[in-house]
Structures are given as structure tokens and as C-alpha cells.
Design a protein around this ligand. Sequence first.
Ligand code: DOR
Ligand code: ZN
Length: 344
Amino acid sequence: MQTLTLTRPDDWHLHLRDGEALAAVLPDTARRFARAIVMPNLKPPVTTVALAAAYRERILAALPAGMNFTPLMTLYLTNNMPAAEIDAVKASGFVHAIKLYPAGATTNSDAGVSDLKKCAATLARMEKLGVPLLVHGEVTDPAVDVFDREAVFIDRVLIPLLRDYPALKVVLEHVTTRNGIEFVKDSGANVAGTLTAHHLLLNRNAMFAGGIRPHHYCLPVLKRESHRQSLLAAAVSGNPKFFLGTDSAPHAQSAKEAACGCAGCYTAHAGIELYVEAFEAAGARDKLEAFASFHGADYYGLPRNTEKITLRRDAVTVPASLDYLAGERLVPLRAGESVAWRLA
Ligand code: DOR
Ligand code: ZN
């Protein structure tokens, strides 16, 4: 089979940045995905519906003419987001979730939550109104091994959270471990998980192949092969709790190739094609459409897309770098190598 046609997919976890960076990366996503859940970790973060409305307008203004793409906005949870903001979210029609970054866990997370207890009233309102909490699931405790931070977060934070708010909609974003998969599977239908293409395709050896590989460094960090196998099994299982979220996260080449390089893999240039590779390697191409185009929409209570896209098996050489900011390049995943599928 040399072509694959599926309902146009959505990306349920995406970093679009702002300004010049936004204009550079947005077309890659808009060419492939009908909608995307847009992360709020700008500087300063998107903490109110009013800020999300303004950011949404900037995204739409950066969209090239003729492209059909809907940004689904999120707010950045802080220790002092008032519960009333959740009512404004519900009334807005364009903010779809609240993102939890544990303070210090990743890029632009310093304004994040230091203690979820401070958010009790807001979480109760989210549970009541059905507003999903999207979770960066890693503890920041420096005593915890970096490869164990997701598993420890589940035990220390997520299990108690769901004990306190059993009906809260929670998406464990970018699941990277068997522990995360089991947690999602064993929880109620209100709990789901997104999976990135890079975590489905790579294990932690990719960060050290022949030398240190900064473009394979992201958070949560890549894990060992047995965990990757668990993620892939969940992705192709047909379980509606798992859906596509690229976590495409652009950083300038100089910020990645540095003594203290930033976390994030840029994958939007092959945002659906990389998943086709992963599903095909698992012998489960027929399971991709539901994972990429149905499960997320159903979870968020949004209509499924009706348009179709077609991919062709025809290798594309990925450029060594892409245009990004003035004087700065963006190195995409697979730079200088190839992706086996292309958009027809
Ligand atoms: O690798 C990552 N990059 N993980 C995150 O959680 C944030 C993201 C970013 O914004 O660069
Ligand atoms: Zn992310």
C-alpha cells in the first residue's frame, strides 16, 4: 500500500511560540492538522482568557491566506489563578483546557505551580465545569533521578489529585513510561494521555548515538526501549484514552547546541508522517486514524473533522535546518535524513 488516506488529524499538544517564531512554524502544523491544543508557556505565560484571546488573534493573523486551521487555546495554571477564571474559560468557547507545569519542570515553567494545594478552589471549579487539566507529569525534586520523575509524579501528585477530584478531566501529556500508560489505563474515562511521535520512535540511546545529540533532548526525557514499547502498544491498541500530541517545541539552533541546551524536539515539519512510520513499524497502520483524528476530539467533546488527507510512501529528505528567527536556524527532527512518507 503506497498511499494512506485518513480523516484530517488534530494535534492535541503543540508549542507555537509567538512573533517571528510563530510565523515560521505555524504553516508546518496548519498544512497537516485541522486543530491544535496550543500550549501557554510563553514569556510571560498565558494566564487569563483575555491573554488567550489576544494570543489566538496573533496566531490567526500569522496563518497564511487559504490555510484552514483552528487554534484551541489553553491557560497556564499558577498558584493564584482564581476559580472565577474557569467560568470565563467555559464561557469563552475558545479556551479548552488548563495546563499544569510544576514550577521549574521545563521551558518557561518558573511561573508554574509550586503546590497544587494552592489551586484547590480552581481545581474544584474545573472538576465541576468539565474543564480538562493538561499535566506536565514530572516532579522537580532534584533528589529524584531524571528518568524516574514521571513515575514519581504519578505516585506523589496524580494519584492524590484524583483522590481529591475524582471526576476531574486529566490528560497526562507526552506519556513516556510504562508507569504512565498503566496509570491512564487504570483510571476512569476522565483520564487520558497524549503520545508524541519522537517518544514512539526513539529510546534514550538516541541522545547518545556516537556523541551527545542535543536535538533528541526533550522533557520528559526519552526513556529506555522497554518503555518505548509500552507507549507504542498503547498507541496502536485502539484504546480511546490515548491520542496524538506532537509536543513539537521549536528552539533556535544556538539554544539547542549549547553547554546547557534547551529541551524540545521540533517535529511539526513531519507532524503526521512520523506517526505513520511508528504505526507502520508496529504493523498497525489501520489504527492510526482513530488515534490521530477521533480519540482526542471525542475526549474534548468537539466534533470530529470531516476533511481527509492523503499520505504517499515517498521518502522526503529533511533539510539540515529551517528558517526560524532572523540570524537563527531551526534544526528539525531527522535533519539531513529522511522521512518515509509525505503529504500527497
Ligand atoms: O521538551 C520540552 N519542550 N518539553 C516541555 O515540556 C516544554 C517544551 C518547550 O516548550 O520547549
Ligand atoms: Zn509540551
